[in-house]
Design a protein around this ligand. Structure first.
Ligand code: 5GP
Ligand code: MG
Length: 181
């Protein structure tokens, strides 16, 4: 079934069950890797809030969560340099940080964020991303926890938006091939 948002048509891509399975899988790995480490999860707003809520509740040991918002120079145009990281908890020294992203496209946002986080001398930094578009990467990235590698095609749902809409869809939809943004 197609889903229409404004002028665009989207088609089903990843079901709720597939997403839940991937989140379970990521959480199991994180639980094993971070036992006794009280990781500090940093969610990247806005898109990651649904993924963070689901993943964080599957962490079994002590764990903390906070959020940042990334403002880029070109809000519309496809991602220039990151301008500012808002709301970063500066108390990162000796913490095991896990950055939680909904999706990695060019990789610019995440590489800038990792670089900034490292300046605060955490014990470790890793990234967990629900979605990764390997063919869209413009920078080499090291993403330890990836839910799905997906084609370079615009997706919405499960926190991801098109022009502010679609975040409340429980599954993930892909722009129909004829309608690339
Ligand atoms: P990057 O810096 O890796 O190019 O961009 C990452 C950010 O771009 C994501 O956090 C997300 O906000 C946005 N983005 C990239 N691809 C998509 C997509 O397919 N759908 C949506 N809704 N946002 C995307
Ligand atoms: Mg994002």
């Amino acid at each position: 079934m197609h889903y229409q948002i404004k002028d665009k048509k989207f088609e089903p891509f990843l079901s709720q069950a597939q997403i839940a399975e991937a989140v379970d899988r990521l959480a199991a790995r994180i639980n094993a890797d971070y036992e006794g480490k009280n990781p500090l999860c940093i969610g990247v707003l806005n898109g990651s809030f649904v993924f963070v809520a689901d993943l964080f509740r599957r962490l079994t040991g002590p764990a903390e969560v906070t959020f940042v918002k990334v403002a880029s120079y070109e809000a519309m145009e496809s991602k220039g340099a990151v301008e500012e990281i808002l709301g970063l908890d500066k108390d990162l020294m000796h913490r095991h940080v896990i950055i939680l992203e909904d999706i990695i496209d060019t990789g610019i946002t995440i590489t800038d964020l990792v670089k900034t986080v490292k300046e605060f001398h955490p014990a470790s930094v890793e990234v967990a991303a629900l979605l990764l578009k390997p063919d869209a990467l413009k920078r080499p990235v090291n993403i330890k926890y990836v839910g799905f590698e997906i084609p370079t095609r615009f997706v919405v749902g499960y926190g991801l938006d098109y022009d502010g809409l679609g975040r409340n869809l429980p599954a993930i939809y892909q722009l129909t091939p004829s309608e690339d943004l």
